[in-house]
Design a binder for this molecule. Structure first.
Ligand SMILES: Cc1cc2nc3c(=O)[nH]c(=O)nc-3n(C[C@H](O)[C@H](O)[C@H](O)COP(=O)(O)OP(=O)(O)OC[C@H]3O[C@@H](n4cnc5c(N)ncnc54)[C@H](O)[C@@H]3O)c2cc1C
Length: 430
C-alpha cells in the first residue's frame, strides 16, 4: 500500500476511535466504467452508493484514503438549512428559492439518518445544536431568527435561550444568548465515511484509494481520466475533490470557485467536570465569523474547533491556541490536556452556498459546502446520482445558484482572502 504525504495534518480523535477503518487498493492499468467518481469524501461516496444501489457500474478513486479530506475530520455538526440562514438568503434569492433550498436541506438531514439506518451502520447521532451569540447587539437578531423559522419555514424546533438559560445549557457565562435547535444534531464523521464506503462496495462499486487523477479529458462521447499509473474510461464523471481541487490540478474550474480554508480541532483528555459542560449533549457553534464550534465526545471529553489558517503551512502550537480559546469559554479548563489535534481544509465559495457545475460535457463538479457539508455534501452527491438516473431533479436548484469564481482566480484568492479574514477576525474581537 502506498501512503503519500497526508492531505490534512494530525491524527484525529475520530481515527483513534474507529477500530477497523478498512483500506482499499490503488488502481493501476486501464479500467472502464459507466461512471467515474473522483474524490472519496461524503459527496463522492454518497453518489457512488446511490448509483450502485440503482445498478450503475461505478469506479471511485481517491488520491488519499477515504475521509482524509474534510469528510473524516470535521466537527460533525449537521446543522439546519444551508450555511447562510434562510432568512439571510431571502434578500439575495427571494423567499421562494430560499424555501426550496431549506426543503432540500431538511431532506438532506432526514436522508442522512435514514441512509445509515437502511445500510445498518452507526454514526453516533446525538440530537441538539446550540448557536451561541458572542455579541450583545446580535441577541435580538437570533430571537427574530427563531421566530421567522417557525413562521416562514414551518420549522418549530428552534427556541430562544436568554443569558441565564444559555449559561445553564452550555456551562459557560461567556455568551449573551443562544438558540437551541432540537431538530438537528451531531455525528461521528469518520463513521459516516466508513459506513458509506462499505455499503457502496457491497452494492458493487469498485473503490480505490491512493489513486490521484491527474487529468480529465473528453474521449468520444465520454471521458478519459489519467491517473498516476493508468487510465480510467467512463461515460460520465463526478469531480468531488472539494477544497483539494488544486492539489493535483486534474481540472482548473473547481479551484477557481472553491477556496480552501484550514480549520483545526483539538480534543481534550477525559474531564473531571464533564457533567457541568453541555449537560444536554448538544453541539455548539458561535456567532463569530471565524466560528468556534465544540461538543462533548465519548461522554467526558471536549472537542473544540476554531483555529483557522489561510495558507497551506500548518501553524505552530495549535494545542496552545485551542487551549486558549477553550479557556475563554470555560476558564476552569485553562490548563486542560489536549490529546489529539488535527486539521482539515474547508472548501468555501464566495456566497457560502454549494458549487454544482457541468465543467465539460459529461463532467460535473460538486463541492464548496462552506463548512456545512456533513448533510449537504452527502445529499448533493445523492442528488447528482438521482439526476443521472433520472429520478429527481433537485440538483438543478443548486446548479442554478450559479456560484461565481473568486476574484483574481487561484493566484490572487489567497492574499485577498487573507486580508478579508484578518478584517473579519478583528471585527469578531471588537
Ligand atoms: C476542520 C473541519 C470542520 C468542519 N466542520 C463541519 C461541521 O461541523 N459540519 C459540517 O456540516 N461541515 C463541516 N465541515 C465541512 C465538511 O467536512 C465538508 O463540507 C465535507 O466533508 C465535504 O465533503 P466532500 O466529499 O465534498 O469533500 P472532501 O471530504 O474534502 O473530499 C474530497 C476528496 O477528494 C480527494 N481528491 C482531491 N483531488 C483528487 C484527485 N485529483 N484525484 C483523486 N482524489 C482527489 C481528496 O483526497 C479527498 O478525499 C468541516 C470541515 C473541516 C475541514
Amino acid at each position: 500500500m502506498i501512503y503519500r504525504s497526508p492531505i490534512s495534518p494530525g491524527l484525529s480523535w475520530y481515527e483513534a476511535s474507529v477500530a477497523n477503518r478498512p483500506a482499499y487498493p490503488s488502481l493501476d492499468g486501464d479500467q472502464r466504467a459507466d461512471i467515474a467518481i473522483i474524490g472519496g469524501g461524503y459527496t463522492g461516496l454518497s453518489a457512488a452508493l446511490r448509483l450502485a444501489g440503482g445498478g450503475a457500474d461505478v469506479v471511485l478513486i481517491d488520491a488519499h484514503r477515504f475521509g482524509d479530506g474534510a469528510s473524516g475530520r470535521n466537527g460533525g455538526q449537521i446543522g439546519t438549512g444551508q450555511r447562510a440562514w434562510p432568512t439571510e438568503l431571502e434578500s439575495e434569492i427571494g423567499l421562494e428559492r430560499s424555501r426550496a433550498l431549506f426543503r432540500i436541506a431538511e431532506e438532506a438531514k432526514a436522508e442522512l439518518l435514514s441512509m445509515a439506518d437502511d445500510h445498518g451502520f452507526d454514526i453516533d447521532y446525538r440530537p441538539g445544536q446550540i448557536s451561541a451569540v458572542h455579541k450583545k447587539r446580535w441577541v435580538q437578531g437570533y430571537r427574530n431568527h427563531a421566530e421567522a423559522m417557525a413562521e416562514r419555514y414551518d420549522y418549530p424546533h428552534i427556541s430562544f435561550l436568554d443569558r441565564e438559560e444559555t449559561a445553564a445549557a452550555i456551562g459557560s457565562k461567556r455568551y449573551h444568548a443562544s438558540i437551541r435547535d432540537i431538530g438537528t444534531g451531531h455525528i461521528h464523521p469518520l463513521k459516516l465515511v466508513v459506513g458509506m464506503a462499505e455499503a457502496a462496495e457491497k452494492s458493487g462499486t469498485r473503490l480505490f484509494e491512493n489513486t490521484p487523477a491527474h487529468a480529465i479529458d473528453a474521449e468520444g462521447a465520454g471521458v478519459r481520466i489519467t491517473m498516476e499509473h493508468g487510465t480510467l474510461h467512463a461515460s460520465r464523471c463526478l469531480v468531488a475533490t472539494n477544497a483539494h481541487g488544486d492539489a493535483f490540478q486534474a481540472e482548473p474550474v473547481s479551484p477557481r470557485h472553491i477556496m480552501p480554508i484550514r480549520s483545526f480541532i483539538g480534543a481534550t483528555g477525559p474531564l473531571d467536570n464533564a457533567d457541568a459542560i453541555l449537560p444536554g449533549g448538544e453541539a455548539v457553534d458561535d456567532s463569530r465569523f471565524m466560528v468556534r464550534y465544540f461538543r462533548k465526545i465519548s461522554g467526558d471529553r471536549l472537542m473544540f474547533g476554531g483555529r483557522e489558517a489561510y495558507s497551506a503551512k500548518t501553524p505552530g502550537d495549535i494545542s496552545g491556541h485551542i487551549r486558549k480559546q477553550i479557556a475563554e469559554i470555560f476558564p476552569d479548563l485553562f490548563d486542560v490536556d489536549i490529546d489529539h489535534v488535527w486539521g482539515g481544509s474547508v472548501g468555501i465559495t464566495l456566497p457560502r452556498l454549494p458549487f454544482v457545475r457541468t465543467i465539460m460535457p459529461g463532467v460535473t463538479s460538486i463541492g464548496g459546502f462552506s463548512g456545512h457539508g456533513v448533510m449537504m455534501a452527502t445529499h448533493t452527491g445523492r442528488l447528482w446520482a438521482d439526476a443521472v438516473m433520472g429520478h429527481r431533479d433537485d440538483l438543478k436548484l443548486l446548479q442554478d445558484l450559479d456560484i461565481p469564481p473568486f476574484p483574481g482566480g487561484v493566484a490572487l484568492r489567497k492574499p485577498l482572502l487573507f486580508l478579508a479574514m484578518t478584517w473579519f477576525a478583528m471585527l469578531d474581537r471588537l
